[in-house]
Design a protein around this ligand. Structure first.
Ligand code: SAJ
Length: 412
């Protein structure tokens, strides 16, 4: 079996490597020559648990290669980003571009699978684009005739930091343009998925993915709203959540400094865009989570002003614990606002980087380690729950002024 994976990012590269481990011949295609060179030398350009060892192994065995140029294959997997543009309008340009590159090499019997989070109807758009480009092939339609090419949508659902485990263990939803397309796509996932593989329509699978992330966003918004209420009422929100979660049908998530990353803060907008009048709850949740970041900025400024001249340690820049991914990180937004105001009083601890993003350094903020922070900073702001911060004992932080947005040092 020959598989082409288009897009070698956080999803595409691990997926390509896992498929290659099953003995399939995998070609990873990416627009970036440096990403391609890195992978062909057996290395990785992203940090993810156990990914380096897996990639170096499958590259050394010749089962995974990377290129900027597509080749014919039996299965094509599209795993490119789907950001949103101005006014939160979903941007599927990369998906359509990837489809355009597939069109010339497509042949009878091939399977095309879209994994990128996409607005409902995108898989049909991929089909339309391919069918316009290749009048010599028959493409699937709801009418259920016998197409030459199968087209399906199978959303990725893996959690950064656990990608290789979840790629194998999570259930997969496989949505075909027709049931036959879904069955054909299923045979790829059967090679490496231990979880259940459930087949459905492409549109239902597309919406399922959006619903999963919108559900999480709404639930985090609830936790964040409760944290602001608890602050106002002078109650420890972490204790309240722990106590409420003892109820058999209550399971509140954790408040934080806002919602970051490239999924949970983005995908709900795809639903809002598709049905603006019908999604007040999803929109409100987005507002609450973004508002929580501004609330933390205000709290942090008040704390800094209450301790004039004190060095302020900001713990963490990543969008969540134990990863090196800073994309759409609320921590970055908060530290930027603080650095713009307090300049070289701001010290940043982020074990997952050795250099500060540009605006932070420009404002005079510096990168220090956790030991130095504990020795030299009377004010500490916890923005990310990295294990190394969690491990700081109460004795080492006594006497400090602390704003703990993740509740890692909460007595509750
Ligand atoms: N967060 C909280 N409180 C919580 C949980 C998360 O504030 O209780 C924050 C995190 O700190 C982070 C953001 O939310 O800033 C998102 O983190 P996450 O761990 O909830 O999710 P992601 O973005 O790493 O991955 C999500 C996952 N989706 C769901 O859990 C429904 C993952 O399974 C998806 O594959 C991924 O989005 C994706 O690519 O869509």
């Amino acid at each position: 079996l020959k598989v082409v994976v288009i897009g070698l990012g956080y999803i595409g590269l691990p997926t390509a490597a896992v498929i290659a481990r099953t003995g399939a011949q995998v070609l990873g295609v990416d627009v970036s020559p440096s990403v391609v060179d890195t992978i062909n030398s057996g290395k990785v350009h992203i940090e993810e648990v156990d990914l380096d060892g897996l990639v170096s192994g499958v590259v050394a065995r010749g089962d995974l290669r990377a290129s900027t140029v597509i080749e014919p294959a039996d299965v094509f997997v599209i795993a490119v980003p789907t950001p949103f543009g101005p006014d939160h309008v979903p941007d599927i340009a990369y998906v359509l571009e990837a489809s355009r590159t597939i069109a010339p090499v497509l042949k009878k019997g091939d399977t095309v699978i879209l994994e990128s989070t996409s607005p409902v109807g995108t898989t049909e758009q991929v089909r339309d684009l391919l069918s316009a480009a290749r009048a010599d092939l028959r493409f699937p339609s709801a009418a259920g005739d016998h197409p030459d090419v199968a087209i399906a949508y199978c959303p990725e659902r893996v959690l950064p930091g656990r990608i290789l485990v979840e790629l194998i263990d999570n259930d997969r939803v496989i949505g075909g343009i027709t049931p036959r397309c879904a069955r054909q796509a299923l045979s790829l996932y059967r090679r490496f998925v231990r979880g259940a593989c459930v087949t459905t329509s492409a549109r239902a699978a597309e919406m399922t993915k959006l619903v999963e992330n919108a559900y999480r966003d709404v639930n985090i918004a609830f936790a964040n709203e409760m944290s602001i209420v608890a602050d106002k009422l002078d109650v420890d929100v972490w204790e309240v959540i722990k106590l409420a979660n003892r109820h058999p049908r209550v399971n509140i998530l954790q408040p934080g400094p806002g919602v970051g990353g490239h999924c949970i803060a983005v995908d709900p907008w795809f639903l809002v865009h598709a049905a603006p009048a019908e999604t007040p709850l999803i929109r409100a949740a987005r507002g609450v989570n973004d508002g929580k970041t501004r609330h933390v900025v205000d709290q942090a400024i008040a704390l800094a002003e209450a301790h004039p001249d004190a060095a302020i340690a900001c713990l963490g820049l990543a969008f969540k614990a134990n990863i090196d991914d800073f994309r759409q990180s609320p921590a970055i937004e908060i530290v930027e606002a603080l650095a713009a105001r307090f300049g070289d009083r701001i010290r940043i601890v982020e074990p997952h980087t050795d250099r500060l993003p540009d605006p932070l350094a420009r404002h005079g903020a510096t990168l220090i380690d956790i030991d130095t922070a504990l020795e030299t900073c009377p004010v500490m702001i916890v923005l990310v729950d990295h294990d190394v911060f969690r491990a700081v004992p109460a004795s080492e932080r006594s006497g400090k002024a602390i704003l703990d947005t993740r509740g890692i040092w909460s007595a509750g």
